[in-house]
Design a protein around this ligand. Structure first.
Ligand SMILES: [Zn+2]
Length: 421
């Protein structure tokens, strides 16, 4: 429990998630590899590589590596919905200093109102070499911002539902009469560099609320960023704890899922496929052998799932819906917005059976379009067998989400079963 809570608190944006992953993999004895240098891999070895600061691929090499499936991969995402600062974001209105923001992904706007927020992300600092930017990961940690609600007296219809315009209603208040470049100044101070040396930054708002155990018997976890840090954390623990008997076990924690994954470090690029080919080549497989290995490999596309809402069961299918505490969820969709099919479904189901983990199923109502995630995007470059799964949660994309503690343990155990084969 403590490991997950710690991860949720420190993983405030994709860059800090990866920074925390690095810390944990280093503590567990994983060797850091460089993206663009040659690798010297050995059987029984454990490694990780950071991709453009916001994605991470970690893997273990088993002993009997030629047995299928060669790669057993869990994919999950490091980013979260929220708001991203625009360039020169400082705005003045009266004596109020505000920030100009863009929407990142699909946050539920209303849940971001009246919460103490901070900023985290990456900062590009002037460097000696033109193409070797000095990129620093930063988390300002203090509650610096609030997006204030409009009082009910000025908006009598508020409880009937209010449309929030992100350019008008979602600009965070930062302070009173702040300087013209207060963001750059804070970054310079935090990083210990001259303000002029800061060339650019990708900064995201995050909710500074702490994770909290709730429920009559302490059965729930209420926390920001459950989507998708719960899956990253469970897979990371499982990869650290389990040495594979055969093949290569991989965790790909990738950025930009919330905005479609089509970036160099996102699931929509060839990056993961190229890195898997590099692993195979370093282990002595030629390209043809790699292709055979890839098509016979297996991926769990791991992203949180929708548990049935206690006040809105009508939002789910009439018969098939997951519950909190019922174990990990296999996601199905007739339009293949989730990759799962019967043959691959049965593989994950049997892994869960072996680990004594209950398993559930999600499918949308026939009159609703289902969500989607990494599986359908990644199959473009990774034509392996794929199952979409996830821990059931409530309030997905709220600034604060909720899950059952039992499901974290069930999911973690299912990943252990998958990795230790
Ligand atoms: Zn997600």
């Amino acid at each position: 429990m403590k490991k997950l809570i710690d991860f949720l608190q420190k993983g405030t944006c994709a860059a800090t998630v990866v920074r925390e992953m690095e810390q944990r993999f280093q503590e567990a004895g994983f060797e850091k590899l460089s993206l663009s240098e040659s690798w010297n891999l050995t059987e029984g070895g454990a490694y990780y590589v950071v991709i453009h600061e916001t994605s991470c691929l970690a893997f273990r090499v088993g002993e009997g590596r030629r047995q299928a499936p060669f790669f057993r991969l869990v994919s999950a995402h490091t980013d979260q919905p929220g708001f991203r600062l625009k360039p020169e974001p400082e705005l003045e209105k009266g004596h109020s200093s505000k920030l100009n923001v863009s929407v990142y992904g699909g946050p539920i706007y209303s849940t971001w109102l009246d919460r103490p927020l901070s900023l985290a992300g990456k900062v590009a600092v002037r460097s000696q070499h033109l193409f070797e930017t000095d990129v620093r990961v930063v988390d300002l940690t203090r509650p610096l911002l609030v997006i204030p609600n409009l009082a009910i007296h000025m908006n009598r219809e508020v409880n009937r539902g209010v449309e929030l315009n992100p350019q008008v209603d979602m600009q965070p208040l930062a302070g009173l009469d702040l300087s013209e470049h207060f963001v750059r100044e804070a970054l310079g101070e935090t990083l210990g560099v001259e303000t002029e040396a800061i060339l650019d930054y990708d900064l995201f708002t995050y909710n500074t609320d702490t994770p909290m155990t709730t429920g009559w018997n302490g059965e729930f976890l209420s926390s920001p960023r459950l989507d998708d840090l719960v899956m990253v954390s469970a897979a990371m623990e499982a990869l650290i704890e389990n040495t594979p008997q055969t093949g290569v076990t991989v965790l790909a924690a990738l950025d930009h899922e919330e905005i479609g994954s089509r970036t160099p470090q996102g699931g929509g690029s060839a990056m993961v496929s190229l890195l898997l080919e590099k692993i195979a080549a370093c282990l002595g497989l030629d390209r043809r052998a790699f292709m055979d290995a890839l098509t016979g490999s297996f991926m769990l596309s791991a992203d949180v799932a929708h548990a049935v809402h206690p006040n809105h069961s009508e939002a789910h299918d009439v018969k098939v819906y997951p519950i909190l505490g019922g174990g990990p969820v296999i996601k199905l969709d007739a339009g293949q917005r989730y990759m799962t099919n019967a043959a691959d479904y049965s593989v994950y189901r049997q892994i869960c059976e072996r680990e004594k983990v209950p398993v559930q199923t999600f499918i949308s109502r026939a009159d609703k379009v289902s969500g989607s995630t990494l599986g359908p995007v990644m199959c473009a470059y990774l034509p392996c067998r794929i199952v979409d799964i996830g821990t059931p949660i409530l309030s997905m994309h709220s600034a604060r989400e909720m899950m059952a503690w039992a499901d974290y343990e069930y999911t973690r155990r299912s990943f252990c079963g998958f990795y230790k084969l």
